[in-house]
Design a protein around this ligand. Structure first.
Ligand code: PMP
Length: 445
C-alpha cells in the first residue's frame, strides 16, 4: 500500500513528492471518534475527517438511511422541474433548521466549493435581475478560505491559494481579517481590531464604489485560515455595512453550520442573518458528498418574481440534490438535533481551549492559542515568541508525528496545528488529545 500510494496517488494540497518523502498515514478503519491505520495503531481523530464528521464514524441512523435510499431511489436528477421526495423533505427540514437565520430556500450542491460557486453566481444574477448589472465585484477577508473553484479561489484570502491559478475572477478584493496575533494595524485588542477592520471595509467600498459590488463572503469564524475568531462586534458590523450599501452578505458556513461553533450556525452565534449561507461538509456527517446554499426570502423572491425568465438559468450540477445525499442529510439533521450536539461542542470546546492555554504556559513555541467557541481550535507555533517567527517545518512535523504516536490525529497547516474533532467526543477523549499534544511538544522542547 505504501509503495502504491507513492506511485499512483496525487494527494490534494500536498506536493507530489511528499508521499515518497514522508511515511504516509494510511487509514483503514474508523469507529466512534477513533481511526485506525494500516499498522493497527488507533487514535482519537482530532480532525473529525476534515471538519465534517461531527457525529463520529459510527452513526447508525445515517447508515440505515443511506442503505434504504439505495433500495428506493439511488439516483435521479433534479433538473428543469423534475424533483424527488427526499430532496423536498430535506428542503422542508432545512427551512425549519435555518429559520432563525432568516433562510428559507435550499439550492443543492455536491460540496463546499460548489456551494461557494453557487452563492457567487446567484449573487451576480440577483443584481442583474434587479437592474443593477454593474454590481459584479466580490469582497472577502484576508485569511478566509472559500474552496477551490475559480470563483472560490478568487475570493480566497490567502494568496497561496490564488497565485498559481491567476488570472482569476476580476474584481475580487480582500480586506484585513480580525486576526489579533498578526495584523497590519499592530492591534491586539479584539474589539478595537474589529473596528479597524470594519473601517478598512468601508474604505474599500468607497474606493471601489458601492454600486460595483455584488457581495461580501466571509466565514463567521475563519477555519482553514487558522481558526480566527472575530470579536462579537465584527460580523454584526459587516452586516450593517452591507445593508447600508446594498451588498449581499454570504456567510460561508461550510465548516461552521450544524454545531461546530457551539451554536447551530456560526451566523447565529454572532446574531447575524446573512442573505445566503453556504453549507456542505457536516451536512451528511462526511458520509456523502453533498451541500446546500440556503437563501433568504428576500433574495429568493427576486428570482421568483423575475419576469424575463432568465433567473437561475445555467446553474446546477448533475449531483445537485442527490437523493442518497438528501437521505443522509435528513438522518444527520435528526441526530444532530436529538443529541443536541452544539451543547456538547460548546462544553468540550471550552475544555480543549483551556487545555491548550495550559500547554501555552508550558511551551514557548506556542505563540498563540485560538478557539474557545465550539470545537475548532488552533495553535500557532513560533521559534521566537517576541519576533513571532514561524516555526520550521521539521519541528512541526515532529510535534505532529509524536502526537499521533501518543494517541491523537491533529492537523498541520503551515506553522499551525489545528483541531476540529467530532462534536460528540467525551471529556475523556479531549484529555487524550491534550495529553498526546503534551507529548508532541515535549519531544521538541
Ligand atoms: N468554504 C469553506 C469555509 C471551507 O472550509 C471549505 C473546505 N475546507 C470550502 C469552502 C470548500 O469545500 P470543499 O472542500 O467541500 O469543496
Amino acid at each position: 500500500l505504501k509503495e502504491n500510494n507513492a506511485r499512483s496517488l496525487w494527494h490534494p494540497m500536498a506536493h507530489p513528492a511528499d508521499s515518497q518523502a514522508n511515511p504516509p498515514t494510511i487509514v483503514t478503519g474508523a469507529r466512534g471518534v477513533r481511526i485506525t491505520d494500516v499498522d493497527g495503531h488507533e487514535v482519537v481523530d482530532g480532525v473529525g475527517g476534515l471538519w465534517n464528521v461531527n457525529l463520529g464514524f459510527s452513526c447508525e441512523p445515517i447508515k440505515r438511511a443511506i442503505a434504504q435510499q439505495l433500495e428506493e431511489l439511488p439516483y435521479y436528477s433534479i433538473f428543469r422541474g423534475v424533483t424527488n421526495d427526499k430532496v423536498i423533505q430535506l428542503a422542508e427540514e432545512l427551512r425549519d433548521f435555518f429559520a432563525p437565520d432568516g433562510l428559507s430556500r435550499a439550492f443543492y450542491t455536491s460540496g463546499g466549493s460548489d456551494s461557494v460557486e453557487t452563492a457567487l453566481r446567484l449573487a451576480r444574477q440577483y443584481h442583474k435581475i434587479r437592474g443593477e448589472a454593474g454590481r459584479v465585484k466580490f469582497l472577502s477577508l484576508k485569511k478566509g478560505y472559500h474552496g477551490t473553484h475559480f470563483g472560490g479561489a478568487s475570493v480566497n484570502g490567502n494568496a497561496n491559494f490564488r497565485t498559481a491559478y491567476e488570472p482569476l475572477l476580476a474584481g475580487c478584493h480582500h480586506i484585513p481579517a480580525p486576526y489579533a496575533y498578526r495584523n497590519p494595524f499592530n492591534e491586539s485588542d479584539p474589539e478595537r481590531l474589529a473596528q479597524l477592520c470594519l473601517s478598512a471595509l468601508e474604505d474599500e467600498i468607497a474606493f471601489q464604489g458601492a454600486g460595483t459590488i455584488a457581495a461580501l463572503i466571509m466565514e463567521p469564524i475563519l477555519g482553514a485560515g487558522g481558526v480566527i475568531v472575530p470579536h462579537e462586534s465584527f460580523m454584526p458590523g459587516v452586516r450593517e455595512i452591507c445593508d447600508r450599501h446594498g451588498i449581499l452578505l454570504i456567510a460561508d458556513e461550510v465548516i461552521t453550520a450544524f454545531g461546530r461553533t457551539g451554536d447551530w450556525t456560526g451566523s447565529r452565534h454572532w446574531g447575524v442573518k446573512p442573505d445566503m449561507m453556504t453549507t456542505a461538509k457536516a451536512i451528511t456527517n462526511g458520509y456523502f458528498p453533498f451541500g446546500a446554499v440556503m437563501i433568504s426570502d428576500a433574495v429568493a423572491e427576486v428570482f421568483e418574481g423575475d419576469e424575463t425568465g432568465a433567473a437561475a438559468i445555467g446553474h446546477g450540477y448533475t449531483y445537485s440534490g442527490h437523493p442518497v445525499g438528501a437521505a443522509a442529510a435528513l438522518a444527520c439533521l435528526e441526530e444532530t438535533r436529538r443529541l443536541n450536539v452544539p451543547e456538547n461542542a460548546a462544553a468540550r470546546g471550552r475544555q480543549i481551549y483551556e487545555g491548550l492555554l495550559a500547554l501555552k504556559e508550558k511551551y514557548d513555541i506556542i505563540g498563540d492559542v485560538r478557539g474557545g467557541h465550539g470545537l475548532m481550535s488552533a495553535l500557532e507555533l513560533v521559534s521566537d515568541p517576541v519576533a513571532k517567527t514561524p516555526i520550521d517545518k521539521q519541528t512541526i512535523a515532529t510535534v505532529h508525528e509524536t502526537t499521533y504516536r501518543a494517541g491523537a490525529m491533529v492537523r498541520m497547516s503551515g506553522h499551525n496545528i489545528m483541531m476540529s474533532p467530532p462534536l460528540v467526543l467525551t471529556e475523556e477523549d479531549v484529555n487524550v488529545i491534550l495529553t498526546a499534544l503534551d507529548a508532541g511538544f515535549a519531544a521538541v522542547s
